[in-house]
Design a protein around this ligand. Structure first.
Ligand code: PLP
Length: 422
């Protein structure tokens, strides 16, 4: 019986055993109170990039805590926030000039939506529609749920969620339909922004689409004067093979959201970057045009120091090589499942690999999901399928041997769940 007062996220406590208590983390592993080492193949919900407790990040946190804790971020600033903002602008897609800090991916998206709506409000333009992509995910606050896919997760809150326009997912061969639909919505003249996860829809089932579609959408947005918001909360920091996914489409988003890997996964921090026009629309002697948003822990100096250390790791270590090595390992292992009747949709982008278990009922509540999760855990692996979608998103320090283990387990677990011999 789980007598803990703690209520866990996305957890049905009536069906789950008590939570495993973790006492330490190290590289690609979580270590529980019995000393078991659990291989973290989903980077602790997509936040850990280099590995748990990278020494450089741990040291930066220790050092920052010697001199700073939270500092009110109106009227005051501090070096960690200033330096991080300057460095982010250096490496982000071109055109982004201002950095607004918050503390989670969801808030970074809320900030982006408010920036977009505020821009048009402040310049006297009647644009209030938000366009998103089917199967998108942008967070769990009321605002970000409104922009995300509707379903079992948000059915209870549906009456409070605002309307958005949804573009069909651009499946191979049906991409033009997505572009045409976007252009049709843009013609109303009411669109404030397109909010989109570039190249891969994460929580929606690791759905990957072509960079050309992303480029096409950005071009339409520009032509019709609506803002392009790239939600790079999951895709940033090398996940798709490049630092930001937008780079692969050669686009310049007006607003970009980053969080998860920003501190290498050590501390909560988020940033919403925007271009000059968005900032200018709020820059005025009229106080009503102020950007009215703050989180208590905005620009936490210790989190900013961790993020600076993360950027330092990107500059000084062979991060790109680790990413391309991991991408190569995925490619090689996924090849063995191509044409295997147990799976459909074998796919990969950068460090993310995914495949769907061929079960009669898919979807997020498919029984196969929790069953697979338990079977992976019995093998010492942390893998949490999204319904019948099995995916791996390991930290970049993962070794070849560990990836071998992961794919052998997928092979085994799939057969167990499908009840068929291999
Ligand atoms: C995880 C995620 C978010 C929400 O981030 P939180 O830190 O969990 O609030 C938003 N957008 C995308 C694409 C994400 O994957």
């Amino acid at each position: 019986m789980n007598r803990s007062p703690v209520w866990h996220p996305f957890t049905q406590h009536a069906l789950e055993p008590p939570m495993t208590r973790i006492v330490s983390t190290e590289g690609a592993y979580l270590i529980d109170e019995d000393g078991n080492r659990i291989l973290d193949l989903i980077s602790s919900w997509w936040v850990v990039t280099h590995g748990h407790r990278h020494p450089r990040i741990v040291e930066a946190i220790r050092e920052a805590a010697q001199s700073l804790d939270q500092v009110i971020f109106a009227e005051f600033s501090h070096m960690p926030a200033e330096r991080l903002a300057a460095e982010l602008i250096e490496i982000a897609p071109p055109g982004l000039r201002h950095v607004f800090y918050s503390d989670s991916g969801s808030t970074s998206v809320e900030v982006a939506l408010k920036m977009a709506l505020g821009s048009f409000h402040n310049t006297g333009q009647a644009r209030d529609r938000i366009v998103v992509m089917e199967h998108g995910y942008h967070g769990d606050t009321i605002g970000t749920m409104a922009a995300g896919e509707r379903g079992v997760f948000n059915a209870a809150y549906a009456p409070l969620l605002f309307e958005v326009d949804r573009l069909p997912f651009p499946q191979a061969g049906r991409q033009q339909r997505t572009l045409d639909m976007f252009e049709a919505v843009c013609r109303t003249g009411r669109v404030a922004a397109l909010l989109i996860e570039p190249l891969v829809l994460g929580a929606g089932g690791m759905k990957i689409y072509a960079a050309e579609v992303l480029a096409g959408l950005a071009e339409i947005a520009r032509r019709y004067g609506c803002l392009f918001i790239a939600d790079e909360v999951m895709t940033g920091w090398g996940r798709t093979g490049t630092l930001f996914a937008c780079e692969q489409a050669g686009i310049r988003p007006d607003i970009l959201c980053t969080s998860k890997g920003l501190t290498g996964g050590a501390l909560p921090l988020a940033a919403t970057l925007c271009n000059e026009a968005v900032f200018e629309a709020h820059f005025s002697a009229d106080r009503r045009k102020t950007f009215f948003h703050s989180s208590s822990y905005t620009a936490n100096p210790i989190a900013c120091a961790a993020a600076i250390a993360n950027l330092e790791i990107w500059r000084s270590e062979a991060v790109e090589e680790r990413i391309s090595r991991l991408a190569g390992l995925h490619r090689r292992h996924l090849a063995r499942f191509e044409g295997d009747g147990r799976f459909t949709g074998v796919r990969q982008i950068g460090t993310i690999a995914a495949l769907d278990l061929a079960v009669p009922e898919g979807g997020y509540l498919a029984d196969a999901g929790p069953r697979m999760r338990r079977l992976f855990r019995e093998r010492g692996l942390l893998v949490r399928p999204l319904g019948n979608v099995i995916y791996l998103m390991p930290p970049y320090c993962v070794t070849e041997g560990e990836i071998d283990r992961a794919y052998d387990a997928i092979d085994e677990v799939a057969s167990l769940v499908l009840g068929k011999p291999r």
